[in-house]
Design a protein around this ligand. Structure first.
Ligand code: PLP
Length: 469
């Protein structure tokens, strides 16, 4: 009987989920039902976050499920433009459900035989697409682009200074890393976490297209003159804010000349490798030593799904392996090279591969055709990617002369509009300042459900909310 009740409740949870999914794609529903933290903490109409000492009724558990979704954000809604990872893909969702049902761990073939092989085959396919001969090389799925980037810095250091693994940074000369001022902050975070120090990450200037400018050789020479050893350059393929693509071939020439590691951060733009029409933006990527590629961004795979691809085999294992005896027994009676877990910095590792593999099987070609080929030409100019950064200038500011007062007032416009937008819950878009630019909206289109009319809606909504500011 208890099993039967559970099965019925399980069925009702499925109904809650399907109703949520249906509403997510319904444009007459809101993107979010915003509440302040204190409101949610106080509890709303029978939904209480506090953990109590008594078990709740199954009815209440169902309410908890429904309201958790109700007060969250519908990131798959066609009018959600707030993040690079958006969308609600049904095949991906099915994959995630199967993954949780299997509830296993990626560290050994022993307990994840099918998933481990899927990961190996998918990584090989991705390396083929990058352009490495026969898909040779190495790689691993990691908890996100930030961690994938951190892997790249770690293995670059291991390649040139393997003794750091055992002796620490004191065993290496003073190392410096280079990246553009518009690269993702995770490179800086990796410099801090791995003991390089953020001051030893040199941020290079960019040109008017926000692409890395060619002061790199001069900076390398300057660093050497000061007694530093230049180790590593990141070229970003699709910067997070502006969607700019650094010229990989030119940077690869410089890295070859100075014997440095070249990492391509394609967390955001890597998806374009799947498009015949747009992959030229990553020309030269096959010359990289490592590549970050996040299928959970442009390819719409549910969070999380990110790969670090490495051209040279063996470095990941060499750099990270600790040979824990309770997991990685060398005398197992199968090919233990499939016990890939010791390449990771994690111990337990979530199965991120299955949903991606399933989506690839189901439709990856179709999907990319619709998304990348339809979204990029929505613009009336020639953008490099699907980022659009813009100011909304309310009528009250339009006649104001360009100057400090106008800047300061304009700086307040986007946060105000965003707050009203959250309250009305109709759409979501991000904003930020950057360098000497006051707060602007950063619109990113990576949601396959979004159409031209949704983008028009966002613009009209900004106008409606901001007109009287
Ligand atoms: C988003 C992003 C990252 C970080 O990826 P996460 O999966 O969020 O950790 C790294 N680099 C670039 C260029 C990005 O846009």
């Amino acid at each position: 009987l208890s099993f039967k009740i559970k099965a019925e409740k399980g069925q009702r949870v499925v109904e809650i989920l399907t109703s949520y999914i249906r509403k997510t794609f319904d444009r007459s529903t809101k993107v979010l039902d915003f509440h302040h933290p204190h409101q949610l903490l106080e509890g709303i109409e029978g939904f209480n976050l506090e953990l109590s000492d008594q078990p709740e009724s199954l009815e209440q558990i169902l309410v908890d499920c429904r309201d958790t979704l109700k007060y969250g954000v519908r990131t798959g809604h066609p009018r959600f433009f707030n993040q690079l990872s958006t969308g609600l893909d049904i095949v991906g969702l099915a994959g995630e459900w199967l993954t949780s049902t299997a509830n296993t761990n990626m560290f050994t073939y022993e307990i994840a035989p099918v998933f481990v092989l899927m990961e190996q085959l998918t990584l090989k396919k991705m390396r083929e697409i990058v352009g490495w001969p026969d898909g040779e090389g190495d790689g691993i799925f990691s908890p996100g682009g930030a961690i994938s980037n951190m892997y790249s810095v770690m293995i670059a250091r291991y390649k040139f200074f393997p003794e750091v693994k055992t002796k620490g940074m004191a065993a290496a000369p003073r190392l410096v890393l280079f990246t553009s001022e518009h690269s993702h902050y995770s490179i800086k975070k990796a410099s801090a976490a791995l003991g390089f120090g953020t001051e030893n990450l040199i941020l290079l200037n960019t040109d008017e297209r926000f692409v890395l400018l060619f002061n790199l050789p001069a900076q390398i020479i300057e660093a050497k003159r000061k007694g530093y050893v230049p180790l590593f350059v990141t070229a970003t393929a699709g910067t997070t804010v502006y969607g700019a693509f650094d010229p990989i071939n030119e940077i690869a020439d410089i890295c070859e000349k100075y014997n440095m590691w070249l990492h391509v951060d394609g967390a955001w733009g890597g998806g374009l490798l799947m498009s015949r029409k747009h992959r030229h933006k990553l020309n030269g990527v096959e010359r990289a030593n490592s590549v970050t590629w996040n299928p959970h961004k442009m390819m719409g795979v549910p969070l999380q799904c990110s790969a670090i691809l490495v051209r040279e085999r063996g470095l990941l294992q060499g750099c990270n392996s600790m040979c824990a005896g309770y997991l990685f027994q060398p005398d197992k009676q199968y090919d233990v090279t499939y016990d890939t877990g010791d390449k990771a910095i994690q111990c337990g590792r979530h199965v991120d591969i299955f949903k991606f593999w399933l989506m690839w099987k189901a439709k990856v070609c179709f999907y990319l055709q619709t998304l990348i080929t339809n979204v990029v030409p929505i613009f009336s100019y020639q953008p490099q990617h699907t980022n659009v950064c813009f100011w909304y200038i309310p009528p009250s500011l339009r006649s104001l002369p360009d100057g400090e007062e106008r800047r300061q007032r304009l700086h307040k416009v986007a946060p105000k509009i965003k707050a009203m937008m959250m309250e009305s819950g109709t759409t979501m878009v991000g904003y930020q300042p950057q360098g000497d630019k006051v707060n602007f909206f950063r619109m990113v289109i990576s949601n396959p459900a979004a159409t031209r009319s949704d983008i028009d809606f966002l613009v009209e909504e900004i106008e409606r909310l901001g007109h009287d500011l």
